[in-house]
Write a protein that binds this ligand. Sequence first.
Ligand code: ZN
Length: 706
Amino acid sequence: MWYKPMFISLAMFGLMAPAFAQQADGGVAQKNNPLLQQTVLPQFDKIRPEHFKPAIEQLLKENRAVVKKLLTQKKYTWDNLVEPLETANERLVFVWSTINHLNAVMDSKETRKAYESCLPLVTKYFTELAQNTKLYNAFESITQSDQYKNFDPVQQRVIQNELRDFRLAGVNLPAQKKQFFMKLTQRLAALGNKFDSNVLDASQNWSICLTKKQTQGLPEHALALGAANAARKNKKGWCFSLDAPSYQALITYADSRAVRKKTYIAFATRASDVGPTAGKWDNSKNIDAIFKIRHKLAHLVHFNNYAEYSLATKMAKSPTQVLEFLNGLVEKTLPAGKKEFIELETFAKKHGVKKIEPWDIAYYSEQLSQKKFKLSQEELRPYFPDTQVLDGMFAIAKRLYGITIKEKKDVPVWYPTVRFFEIYDAKGKLVGQFYADLYCRENKRSGAWMDDYKTRRLLKDGAVQIPVAQLVCNFSPPVDGKPSLLTHQDVITLFHEFGHCLHHLLTKVDYASVAGIKNVPWDAVELPSQFMENWCWQPEALKIFAKHYKTHEPIPKQLLQNLLASHHYHAATQMLRQLKFALLDFRIYLEFDPKKNNQLKKITDQLDKKINYLPIYKDARFPHSFMHIFSGGYAAGYYSYKWAEVLSADAFSKFEENGIFDQRTGREFLQNILEAGGSEDMAVLFKKFRGRDPKIDALLRQNGVI
Ligand code: ZN
């Protein structure tokens, strides 16, 4: 459930601002390259890995020429520098996003190789740009001009962001150090990519095939998935890998403790030096190298550590503020978490478990939940066929924001099940578009994310560039002629990613570098996404999209009551889990010392002692698949989820006060938060919407902690 940035160096430096529409001059071969043909949407039906590198090389050549030409001018203005540079980069970013996206969702030997050959080139270009002293001085000179005083505040913000990003990329360093910074950045991008590939390979290349007896406890849905996997592999029985639907099914439902143990160990040791595939896709060295490089990068630009560097572009002001925030939440949540565990342990003991192990937690949690709330997640699935949930989610967005979402057919896609949607505003004007790739499959990276594919901007001729987003999930695909039936958790994930999409697509900002989610501080970017999750818990909203896929009946009253009663079930445990990850991530970057060894383990042990009351598997290697902080842009920023949750819970509490479909409150959220994008400080935007500063109470209440 996370927003995945396009790639690391863009996330680090902010986007230098994109797009010059220039003709390719590379002859016939280039003219036929679908990545270089200036279509509004990518020609996914024509793009092949062999097109990647020639397209990138061509665009980099053109962009370098543009930059060079721009810098021959005597006096710099918005129109002769900022705008044309944005135009040039926007085109490159669009093509690069396409390549990056295909690498994440259509992995193959060829795609991977072609992507890897482009990655250092693109990283080099953006670092070069961010370190270009002449360009920096040109931007700086605009701030000294009379023109600057007349800029609107958003334009001023664009320039100030750019200047900050130049400094964070080491623009003021001597040449040799700049070069070193560049090398480190390129190396970091390659390591992040390698980290992701290892996790994908380790997840896909492990499998377990079960006999009939071993499948005991598995719901019908999981059996269908396992049988389909077995058939594809020409094997007998029911087969599962470590992708999310497989792992969740086994760890939650398999009665066989041995099956759960085997699966848990494989999952907890993915891409590491231990476990069933020990050393094969091991991320240990990548982790060490990533820590070291980030530390060096931060040092080069005069920060004490990467945690401080990370905060330079965030809402939180200092490491102390972040640590106090996280530790404060731990303190408030710990008693409730311990109580939850004692109840679980007692329940497991009653069922003959002498000592509860990590592979028992999900299983007995589910059993206890079934007993307490008479609720089985599987019982809910038939009420959540994916298409109906999508339609309902769109209907909710219409009531809140007055927008209409329609599917558009015959748009080229990369896989037959991918769908494409268009968003129209209340006046019927097209404002945004997005692809939805919902099902898991081999060769697709795990998790769920939104990708900011194209950003809104006002073009020179007065036309508007329509923003485009990718909504990617890994739900169980339709099997046995049934539609894809989602769990309630899947529905929450879908609403979450959709919230990111709306933030990016409903923006009204005219400058790409601060439109949509661009330049929204990382610790505020999860506000609109977590905010949308709330509608998955409201009976009035569920009525709209939860209907049995065969009978179209709503969720029976009792089942609905049981679902709602379970809202805070193990919420403290979940919160503490997130807090532990957040503290681990932040502390390791804050305390990192290149001269010391095993710091990750030391901090993990300390946190386990302080926070964890759950059983621990001694060889677990969770960091080895923690893509958020090693490749996903959340380094020293995982705390952002909780930070933004304070904002999202408090924002939602206004809807609780006024009615969850209150039109006025919906429009206020639209105007003050969604449409504003990164054009103003989130603290200011939030206050405009809420009428006051954020309070933490709503978060604690919504998690059942107070
Ligand atoms: Zn997210």
